[in-house]
Design a protein around this ligand. Structure first.
Ligand SMILES: [Zn+2]
Length: 134
């Protein structure tokens, strides 16, 4: 197997529903994303995938959809208010935990045709969540 990784930084805000800790309030993170792509074969250039293609596809989607946005659950009562005031939001059908954000990015990478194997989201410099499928 061949693997390549790429890191991307993005800033996001969120709050968690049904949670009693500090993260139940609106707050933000300087997140760091690590994506792992893998495959059995290389192309005629000897590459699994061109790093530029990862950047063009996935980084562009993250910049347009997640970066500097509030990531909120679709049932969050603050969502209509923020939308009314043209605040940039990304609506999720699950609680916007680091685990679920990592899954959303994994699924987007699959949809974009990338040979994604794992997504790791560092919510803080010392805490990360990983999503992969076996
Ligand atoms: Zn948080």
């Amino acid at each position: 197997m061949y693997f390549v990784t790429q890191e991307m930084d993005f800033c996001y805000g969120h709050r968690l529903l049904n949670y009693d800790g500090k993260c139940r309030n609106l707050h933000g993170h300087n997140g760091k994303l690590e994506v792992l792509l893998g495959g059995e074969t290389l192309d005629h250039r000897g590459m699994l995938i061109d790093f530029t293609d990862i950047k063009l596809l996935l980084r562009t989607w993250i910049e347009e959809n997640l970066d500097h946005r509030m990531l909120l659950h679709e049932s969050d009562p603050l969502l209509p208010l923020l939308q009314t005031h043209d605040q940039p939001v990304f609506v999720m059908d699950s609680n916007p935990t680091a685990e679920n954000i990592a899954r959303v990015i994994y699924e987007r990478a699959l949809h974009l045709g990338l040979p994604i194997r794992e997504v790791r989201l560092w919510e803080t410099p010392k805490a990360s969540s990983i999503y992969r499928r076996t």
